[in-house]
Design a protein around this ligand. Sequence first.
Ligand code: CA
Length: 188
Amino acid sequence: DLFISQASLVFSGWTSKFEGNGIYQLLTKINNLTEERDQILTKYINMTNERDGLLIKNDKLGGNHDFYFISSLKKSWTESRRYCTERGADLIIINNREKQEFAKRFSNGNEFWIGLTDSDKEGNWKWVDGSTLTSGFWRSGEPNGKSGENCVVSFSSGWRDHPCNNAFRWICEKKTLSNELHIKTTDM
Ligand SMILES: [Ca+2]
């Protein structure tokens, strides 16, 4: 709007000066093109807003709608993991504080296996998706089981390494498709 009013001022200034020299038609054309450009800009802004709105909507639908399941049975780490993978899921990955707090609430005070193990290489903790543990929520003094304890149980006081053949409840996590799509969209 600001630009249009400035253009009109210049326009009227030039009109009185150059009327009848063909400049008038040229200025009219410039003015029309300016209006057209401003309309396109408005359209562009509207479409950008619409796109951002859709992205936010998608984020709300997909980003926070992964599925979680906590077992009532107790099984070994490997058996627990198999239960998840047979259902298109895997043991829960907890790689930030929000997720840790969520899992604690979700488990309602129960201990549960998480998707973290150092079975492949002692002391090299890896998540079930192959990523390396960067920072954990270990209970103080843990992990302490060396090669005798290669799987991780989350207690309300923090994580503890345990022998993988012990039996605990477990939490499965299933990623939604729209979540993957959202990541692809924002990466473009
Ligand atoms: Ca170990």
